[in-house]
Design a protein around this ligand. Structure first.
Ligand code: NDP
Length: 324
């Protein structure tokens, strides 16, 4: 099977992105060697799209796993679609390329397939990923995102990344980039939280109208990292309606949650550091949800966001004050 083209979407710059991606973010106490071990398992299971980021502090392990799978003949470099992201402390335009070069060095790759602005909220440049003032508040700053975007365009022109895009942008922030005078490349995608409790129907419609792919993160409700996530939020995969549909069609709730997004033309990321669940997650191309079940799941939307980034709620770029 040609895994490179099947189950892929074409981006607005002509490159192809596999419709299912392997997430590599894991909460802190999880050892980094798990990212190495399970990225290899994911590639063996058929995943060809790997979602990394400078912030996750495991690019060395993820890159080593990819290189090992290339060395043992499982894949070629061109079969893999590897993403990384410029973190908030590098959003000043003069720092963007430095960030990508650091990531490439850690990944030990010559290029990535996709380079994203991780969040639209700039933080003060610092060695710390979350620079704090004396009171423990994260130090934010202002950068014109259009200048950051131009720096990403230059990274593409320099051959350090095949495609460029954004993450956690609302539609107004996408519009800002799309309307930038002298825009050279449109964002290929917007990676945002998306699942059946936050189905992003308006943002998805907007993105489709602009030929921007919506990439879903936390499609299973996230790993509930206490640093980022309110622990009192409901468990997505315990939803009774989705459990009933899963039981009816002899699939797991996780598979139903992923398939629900895929069937709407959303590219889906999913993280698992368990061989059983990685294999299970790759089986979502084997079945379809009926139009009726899709409608039932649509009704579960309750605008519930796990990743709220509350530290930035008063920043003018805070993305989630907008409806979409
Ligand atoms: P996911 O929603 O993908 O869920 C991960 C959790 O679900 C894990 O704890 C995993 O545990 C569990 N899980 C995986 N498969 C199954 C299954 N079939 N049944 C039951 N449970 C399952 O969480 P993430 O928040 O990690 O999102 C995915 C990826 O998206 C990230 O890894 C990262 O790459 C990206 N991301 C991007 C963000 C951004 O700001 N751009 C923000 C957050 C994530 P276990 O490992 O034990 O299987």
């Amino acid at each position: 099977m040609d895994l490179k083209r099947s189950h892929s979407v074409k981006l607005n710059d002509g490159h192809f992105m596999p419709a299912l991606g392997f997430g590599t973010f894991a909460p802190k106490p999880i050892q980094k060697n798990k990212a190495f071990e399970f990225t290899k398992v994911a590639i063996d299971a058929g995943f060809r799209h790997i979602d990394a980021a400078y912030l996750y502090e495991n690019e060395e392990e993820v890159g080593a796993a990819i290189r090992e799978k290339i060395a043992d003949g499982t894949v070629k470099r061109e079969d893999i679609f590897c993403t990384t992201k410029v973190w908030a402390t590098f959003l000043r335009p003069e720092l963007v390329r430095t960030s990508l070069e650091k990531s490439l060095k850690k990944l030990q790759l010559n290029y990535v397939d996709l380079f994203l602005i991780h969040i639209p909220i700039p933080m003060k440049p610092a060695d710390d990923l979350l620079p704090q003032d004396a009171k423990g508040q994260i130090i934010l700053e202002t950068v014109d995102l259009r200048d950051t975007w131009e720096a990403l365009e230059k990274c593409k022109d320099a051959g350090l990344t095949k495609s460029i895009g954004v993450s956690n942008f609302n539609h107004k922030q996408l519009e800002l980039i799309l309307n930038k005078p002298g825009l050279k490349y449109k964002p290929t995608c917007n990676q945002v939280e998306c699942h059946f409790y936050l189905n992003q129907s308006k943002l998805l419609e907007y993105c489709k109208s602009k030929d921007i792919v919506l990439v879903a993160y936390s499609a299973l409700g996230s790993g509930r990292d206490p640093f980022w996530i309110d622990q009192s939020s409901p468990y997505l995969l315990k939803d009774p309606t989705v459990n009933a549909i899963a039981k009816k069609i002899n699939r797991t709730p996780g598979q139903v949650a992923l398939r629900y997004l895929l069937q709407q033309g959303v590219v889906v990321l999913v993280k698992s550091f368990s061989e059983k669940r990685i294999k299970e997650n790759f089986q979502i191309f084997e079945f379809e949800l009926t139009a009726e079940d899709m409608k039932v799941i649509d009704c579960l939307d309750k605008n519930l966001r796990y990743f709220k980034f509350l530290f930035a709620v008063n920043h003018p770029n805070y993305p989630f004050s907008e409806e979409y």
